[in-house]
Design a protein around this ligand. Structure first.
Ligand SMILES: [Fe+2]
Ligand SMILES: [Fe+2]
Length: 485
């Protein structure tokens, strides 16, 4: 093993590929092997519906070397190698923030933070299988084999992320960790009695526009949470999250390019038909494409659901986790303040007596807000690129991220109604106008009608443009999924 590159070598031959020395840890190996059959049962019950026998062109993580960590090949999803991979240890790493700043990172769980850490792992872990469950019906309506393959790639990697969290729970949290690992297989997205833990992960993902919005926005919340946990003073968590982030980038790529290809196709069809008014809904829909205002309404639904995932703007839990050195800020290691935040403040938009007021609050208590602000900046990038596509096509329309107060269920703005521009509305005004903000039953029916599977190699549904490039450099007519019906 090269100096400073511990953990690069992956044992790929056993039942569970890993770079955590599983063969030298009988107790952990046994716990994971005991958990494995339940995971496979879960995958078969709640993973992608149909297609379990199909050969899918998937990437599998076989290394953690940033220069070449994945290999591509055809695999049946239940045979996918869900490995446990940690990014290489950083030699002499110290805790980057909080009251233990500068002390050596922990290789074992500090007793006083055990409950806090376990809770964070379980919440993160719960989102991974949840999204697989939410997306399980989408295979039936994929607009192409390329998209079908991307869906399954996201799904198997979310499965691997569950493994990643289960590894930490089983290795470091004893009996309680094993119980939590079981529970992660028992909760179900949207289930009345035993739902997943967070709101957005109990919503339906009924169509492919929703899927692309979910991967664009909600997977990006995942990215932000992983970025914050990658800073953790608990080193195994940091290394786990750092490697998960390399996979997560593809999920957001799927979302961003998915929406972009839909936008491109719509603009193209409008131009060919000589339609200049983006709100000429009936005419545009007659072309078999999704009108831009409908795409905006989908944004207005998915974006607030994702903002809700950041929790309350003012939070003592977030402050405690930071102080403890367990959960940092986005790219903490690139920030140049004191990394303790005891004396600093942070501006938070609050809603007081029905008015928006910016308040400077102690920075420690505003860490959720800060991470959410970083998310908003990050999410704005892709929206700008979607608008470039519209602009290039010469169509007068702009997609926007709605105001933070729009359509919220958690935090400062949960108790008020605001339109996408941030204008506060009465209940009656909201009811009168909500059909212009959020997807209507009519929108849903139209989109559902478009969702017909396209299985010809190199073929695409009417409402989405082909991608600019294939996966792994494959040509346009590559058969990414061999279905063998
Ligand atoms: Fe994930
Ligand atoms: Fe993801």
């Amino acid at each position: 093993m090269a100096d400073g590159m511990q953990g690069v070598d992956v044992d790929y031959d056993g039942l569970i590929p890993n770079n955590v020395g599983l063969n030298g840890d009988e107790r952990l190996k046994k716990a994971l092997e005991t958990w494995h059959p339940g995971y496979i049962d879960w995958w078969k019950d709640m993973g992608p519906e149909g297609f379990q026998e199909a050969l899918v062109y998937l990437r599998t993580a076989v290394s953690v070397d940033p220069k070449g960590w994945a290999k591509f090949g055809f695999v049946k999803m239940p045979d996918y190698k869900w490995g446990i991979l940690l990014a290489p240890a950083v030699p002499n790493r110290t805790i980057p923030f909080g009251k233990h700043k500068g002390e050596p990172v922990w290789q074992e769980v500090p007793g006083e933070y055990r409950a806090m850490l376990r809770r964070l792992l379980v919440i993160q872990g719960d989102t991974e299988p949840a999204s697989v469950e939410q997306q399980r019906h989408l295979g039936a309506t994929a607009p192409s084999l390329y998209d079908l393959r991307n869906l399954f790639q996201v799904n198997v990697e979310e499965g691997r992320h569950l493994w990643a969290m289960v590894y930490l729970l089983q290795k470091y949290f004893g009996t309680q960790g094993r119980e939590e690992a079981e529970e992660l297989l028992n909760r179900r997205s949207g289930h009345e009695d035993n739902p997943r833990m967070l709101g957005a992960f109990n919503e339906r993902t009924p169509d492919w526009l929703s899927f692309f919005m979910f991967t664009y926005f909600t997977d990006r919340d995942g990215k932000m949470q992983l970025e914050a946990l990658a800073q953790s003073g608990f080193d195994p968590l940091s290394r786990t999250c750092r490697f998960m982030l390399t996979e997560e980038a593809h999920h957001m790529f799927v979302g961003e390019t998915g929406v972009s290809r839909i936008v491109e196709r719509t603009c193209d069809a409008m131009n060919k038909a000589g339609i200049t008014d983006p709100t000429a809904t009936a005419q545009i829909r007659a072309l078999g494409v999704i009108d831009l205002p409908t795409i905006q309404r989908k944004i207005n639904m998915h974006y607030p659901l994702t903002l809700d995932l950041f929790g309350n703007e003012i939070s003592t839990n977030a402050a405690n986790a930071f102080n403890a050195g367990i959960k940092g800020r986005f790219r903490e290691d690139k920030l140049t303040d004191d990394h303790a935040l005891l004396d600093s403040t942070y501006p938070v938009l609050r809603c007081i007596d029905g008015q928006f007021v910016e308040q400077h609050v102690p920075a420690l208590s505003a860490l959720n807000m800060r991470l959410r602000d970083d998310f908003i900046t990050d999410a704005a990038g892709g929206v700008g690129r979607w608008n470039k596509v519209i602009e290039k096509a010469g169509i007068a329309f702009k997609l926007t991220l709605p105001h933070q107060a729009h359509n919220r269920r958690i935090g400062e703005f949960a108790s008020i109604k605001a339109d996408p521009t941030g204008q506060i509305l009465s209940e009656a005004e909201w009811v009168a106008r909500v059909d212009t903000f959020l997807p209507t039953p009519d929108d849903a029916a139209y989109i559902t009608g478009l969702m017909q599977p396209v299985h010809g190699a190199g073929d695409y549904a009417s409402w989405i443009a082909p991608p600019k490039a294939g996966i792994d450099g494959k040509p346009g007519d590559f058969e990414y999924v061999q279905i063998h019906e």
